[in-house]
Design a protein around this ligand. Structure first.
Ligand SMILES: [Zn+2]
Length: 70
């Protein structure tokens, strides 16, 4: 299952939850203040400007081996 970060709109605390794909946080409660319904944070995968060490620079078909692409 994927992990998502949720932010409590009431107290602002962050919580990381393992939840099923498509979970939007409406059914989750804040562990800090008990507020029902958390706001899902944008996942790291879609953050702009951060290039990881894998992916992005490899040619198609490299599969992380990189022996032939750079
Ligand atoms: Zn809270």
């Amino acid at each position: 299952m994927p992990m998502y970060e949720f932010r409590c709109p009431s107290c602002g605390s962050l919580t990381t939850e393992l939840c099923k794909l498509g979970e939007n946080g409406e059914s989750l409660s804040c562990p800090g203040c008990g507020h029902k319904g958390l706001a899902k944070k944008i996942s790291k995968f879609s953050s702009p400007g951060v290039k990881g060490s894998s992916g992005g620079t490899c040619s198609p078909g490299c599969h992380g081996n990189c022996s032939g692409c750079h």
